[in-house]
Design a protein around this ligand. Structure first.
Ligand SMILES: NC(=O)c1ccc[n+]([C@@H]2O[C@H](COP(=O)([O-])OP(=O)(O)OC[C@H]3O[C@@H](n4cnc5c(N)ncnc54)[C@H](O)[C@@H]3O)[C@@H](O)[C@H]2O)c1
Length: 334
């Protein structure tokens, strides 16, 4: 099959592209190589993908509408996976405009590309952050998600609404994936795991917010990719729901799906797992809650299970050890 994937130099897009290439698919990647974090890491991921003759790459910004649509038309994909975005909850307080540009304008251009090329399935990355101020746990796709706490969450929720309208108007089968704190090898330097490992190895204290009284439904990257690959053939069709927890729209071939294992882990247990994997203690700098952070995330995994027969299951102890092994290797066995 032919896949058009945005964000292939990013953490998740890279892993998905690598898996699909290994399975013999054709991948058309696009990434703007933004400087939000070290572009060398993005180049290194992309260099691995470039080893495959079935990988085609265009460096472009999502905001360049004509280029994005032109590239998509040349690719004529069976499936579009839109994962490029300005990610990160905390940075949206510092640089909100980059979220409007990448996430709103950028996603609009991808929707236009989908309208022009009519793929069999349009898959877009959303986030658990859209559940924002919800207190009912676990977070279910059928719950209202109307109280975003950051502009990041607000832009992602907006892309869900934008994609729904395109799914309705142009009969584009669309699945919005809500990811829950994804971690693993080749992970993002702005996320807690990378920062904690980096800090501990360099003998620096690590900042633990909310006095550590937080929990996350951490999702190991290979599990996330397995779930996405299984969702590719689960094409939303109007009137063909998958049971009581399905979020399928009544007026469009559109659904949202959580990808999370439904097993939240206390933040301090996560730090313990890191210390164990490194064989080094952390100097813990306990701090109050950060503006915009949510205390807990907890995915209802029933819909993912109903659609794919699969839910993420890698325990954090194993996933963190895999990350540490990669980190050491990438940084030259420090
Ligand atoms: N990693 C997680 O835990 C997580 C959780 C929830 C949602 N998500 C979502 O999953 C998707 C992938 O996240 P990731 O962790 O791989 O992030 P990432 O930052 O590693 O990857 C995103 C990629 O998009 C590219 N990009 C950003 N803005 C762009 C623009 N305007 N034009 C072109 N390229 C641009 C970046 O260069 C980067 O390579 C994002 O949509 C993110 O919001 C991730």
């Amino acid at each position: 099959m032919r896949f058009f994937i945005t964000g292939t130099a990013g953490f998740i897009g890279f892993h998905l592209a690598r898996r699909l290439l290994a399975e013999g698919h054709e991948v058309f990647g696009l990434d703007g190589m933004t400087p939000y974090y070290d572009p060398k890491l993005k180049e290194a991921r992309n260099a691995i993908l470039r080893e495959s003759p079935h990988y085609h790459f265009e460096q472009a910004m999502l905001e360049e509408g004509d280029r994005v649509v032109g590239y998509a038309k040349a690719a004529l994909p069976d499936v579009i996976c839109h994962f490029a975005a300005q990610a990160g909850v905390r940075y949206s307080l510092e640089n909100p405009r980059s979220y409007v540009n990448s996430n709103l304008i950028g996603t609009f251009n991808i929707l236009e590309a989908a309208r022009e090329t009519v793929p069999g399935h349009l898959i877009l990355a959303s986030t658990s952050s859209v559940y924002g101020g919800n207190s009912e746990m676990p977070f279910r796709e059928t719950h209202a998600a109307d109280h975003p706490l950051t502009l990041y969450a607000a832009t992602k929720k907006s892309t869900e609404a934008m994609a729904h309208s395109y799914a309705h108007l142009w009969k584009l089968p669309t699945t919005m994936l809500r990811f829950f704190t994804v971690y693993g090898p080749w992970g993002r330097p702005d996320m807690a795991l990378f920062k904690f490992v980096d800090g501990i190895m360099k003998g620096r204290p690590i900042d633990i917010f909310g006095q550590g009284r937080m929990s996350r439904d951490f999702t190991y990257i290979d599990d996330l990719i397995e779930a996405i690959v299984r969702l590719v053939p689960c094409i939303p069709r109007e009137g063909q729901g998958a049971g009581e927890h399905d979020s399928l729209s009544p007026v469009a071939p559109f659904r949202t799906v959580n990808i999370g294992g439904g097993q939240p882990v206390p933040l301090l247990d996560f730090v313990d797992a890191i210390e164990r994997a490194l064989g080094m203690p952390a100097e813990r700098n306990m701090l109050p809650m950060q503006k915009g952070d949510v205390t807990d995330t907890y995915a209802a995994a029933d819909l993912l299970r109903a659609l794919t027969g699969y839910v993420p299951e890698t325990p954090v102890v194993r996933g963190v050890a895999e990350f540490v092994a990669w980190y050491r290797d990438y940084h030259g066995n420090q």
